[in-house]
Design a protein. Structure first.
Lengths: 372, 372
DNA sequence: TTGTACGCGTTATCAG
DNA sequence: CTGATAACGCGTACAA
């Protein structure tokens, strides 16, 4: 009943089996050239002593590693990230790697801390969703040491736009809508700034702009003319991209369309913001830029006892269950996770191409909510 | 542009700063008694060389560890587990620990493999959801070495009942319903077998039976008399418990109630099974024993254009969004994760009480779907 | 306060 | 095919 009997070592096994340390090491590492008699004695000693290979100790030898990859995301509780983490873990585990997942909670300081901790732990590779205000320092510091992959958002090689976008930040009491003009202007600069340099590290992105554009076109096609972009802060890369796609669709031939922007972080906030707008007649359709916004929109519709045409970005569990079922722009999350894992594994296997950006297509899933 | 320049070591730092290895070690470990001049030289050398503390190497010293905890769950993609993992990670990270999460996919072999791998990695503690057919061997092997906590299901100290329960396993083509009798019988034995011995390891459970009983009583209160238990395989501990609670409610004074059991693993299967039963008049209410069954039930109702009173086990995203909103038995997942993390941390801090089982209460959230 | 020498558990070299 | 010996990067007596 000793609380913590210290685990037996190779030395113990060697002594018990009456062989040299190195022979045990060979046996443990699956070497074939061992006298069967000795191998048997060693195997017996191992099970009798309850010996377990110490990977942590083995990993300090040069050229050896613990076969662990780090994954830094913003929130494990969000289905988007947990699906991604699952996919990454699955691909890595097929290749003998373990995954360490940590959440930054969208906090840049905590993000740095976690990356540091993972590096100190000597992980073999890093898959990272860069924080909101990315200082790029983490990537520059880590990239030379080990394979690094940015996922969902690029590791900025230039700082983000100083004033993210002067959008009308709606607040529940006095939700403001802004005319199209300033948004279009800021969009132009966002477009110009898109990927000015080659990526710092391998990067896996979804086609946020393209997906948003397709969704917006679909709303326009059904007669929408005053569309609300309901999303999270435009400080977020994905939001900026989706907003850019949104505006790109509005600039198209089917002119005369107006737009406004409302910002909300949680589903409840989104519901409040939208509820306040519903009676005013200032909007006639909603593009929900993430799943929380979609859920908020449904709540607002339910509360108001009315609804507007709606398309959301990111599929979510409820989307097909509510009436009308919610049309969405879906990312192939599993594929993104697998791509990220494979990118790390490829470099671990020795490949050293120039860092590349992979943009995965999105798909528009129409379920009915896009119609008036 | 060297692919992998080997990271600088303490020795390099010591040489660059012109001090002894030990002094650098002290500096890195935050010792206070260092000549400020030397400390400054060391700090400079560290930043110039880009030195990072190697925790893996440090952890092989006796008494030291990498401060990593392993978490073995069945499926990260299930919101239940990702919420739990998030909660565990949060609590651990507040205490300086990192979390390694792996999915067993409900496969007992893979489960063993993963536990072995985590043990080889020399994690400091283990939080495990035991696999379906638990052979208890993993816990017996691991528990003497490090703090182990079983979560969601107990680590069986006796093998599971040989024939899990002779329930009427419904299949889509010819869904079978079984009279109450055999279930009641098998329930009696399940009741008798519940926790025959003290737990092998610290165990964190939800009150599955109590929650299911409360939900079933609520359905009975609204006039239900032929209730369907729609759930996953009764090989699963949680399913057995929920089924036991379900039957316990049916045995109560409000007699005359009948029941049947249908098994489905996915939401789609659950929908099919239920859809086939809906027209027959053999059931007048549904207890969905997990969130996938709940979602399947909603789908079946929608397809059939009708509905029955419904209560589900485990809250889920859509529950409040669909009409009527789905009443559920909710577990406090965050609390369970925190409790598991704290149990590990307590033992790591030196506490050595006898292994205990903590059963956390569930809450019945009534949203309307329980009514006819 | 600083440095020396050694050990942690494992693997690699290289001679038997 | 096997084994003594020297690393690996770091922490700790112990001595200076």
């Amino acid at each position: 009943m000793n609380p913590m009997p210290k685990p037996p070592t190779m030395k113990d096994v060697a002594a018990a089996a009456g062989v040299a340390l190195k022979t045990v090491s060979r046996h443990v590492n699956g070497a074939t050239n061992i006298d069967p008699a000795l191998a048997a004695r060693i195997a017996t000693a191992i099970t009798e002593l309850g010996y377990r290979h110490n990977l942590a100790a083995a990993s300090i030898r040069p050229g050896r590693s613990a076969k662990v990859i780090g994954l830094v995301i913003s929130d494990l509780a969000n289905p988007y990230w947990s699906l991604l983490a699952r996919s990454v873990e699955r691909t890595l585990s097929e290749n003998g790697y373990l995954l360490m997942t940590v959440s930054s909670e969208e906090d840049a300081d905590r993000h740095r801390l976690l990356v540091d901790r993972l590096l100190a732990q000597r992980v073999d590779g890093l898959i990272v969703s860069p924080p909101r205000r990315d200082t790029t320092a983490w990537a520059a510091a880590a990239a030379p040491l080990l394979p690094v992959v940015a996922i969902d958002r690029p590791a900025l090689s230039t700082p983000p736009p100083p004033a993210p976008v002067q959008d009308a930040r709606a607040d529940p009491e006095a939700p403001a809508t802004s005319p199209t003009e300033p948004d279009l202007a800021s969009n132009a600069s966002a477009e110009a700034k898109r990927r000015p340099h080659p990526p710092l590290v391998d990067t896996i992105l979804a086609d946020n702009a393209g997906g948003a554009e397709a969704a917006t076109r679909e709303l326009l096609r059904h007669g929408a003319r005053r569309i609300l972009f309901l999303g999270d802060s435009l400080e977020l890369y994905t939001m900026r991209e989706r907003h850019a796609g949104f505006l790109r669709a509005l600039k198209s031939p089917a002119a005369g369309a107006d737009s406004s922007v409302a910002t909300a972080h949680t589903a409840a906030e989104a519901a409040d913001v939208l509820a306040a707008l519903l009676g005013t007649g200032r909007i006639d359709a909603v593009f929900a830029a993430n799943n929380r916004a979609s859920i908020g929109a449904i709540e607002a519709f339910t509360r108001a006892g009315t609804r507007l045409p709606l398309i959301g970005f990111d599929d979510f569990e409820s989307a097909a269950l509510v009436r009308p079922a919610v049309s969405v722009v879906a990312q192939d999350v599993a594929l993104m996770g697998e791509a990220a894992a494979r990118a790390v594994l490829a470099r671990l296997a020795g490949a050293t191409p120039a860092p590349a950006t992979t943009t995965l297509p999105t798909s528009l899933i129409l379920r009915g909510s896009e119609r008036p």
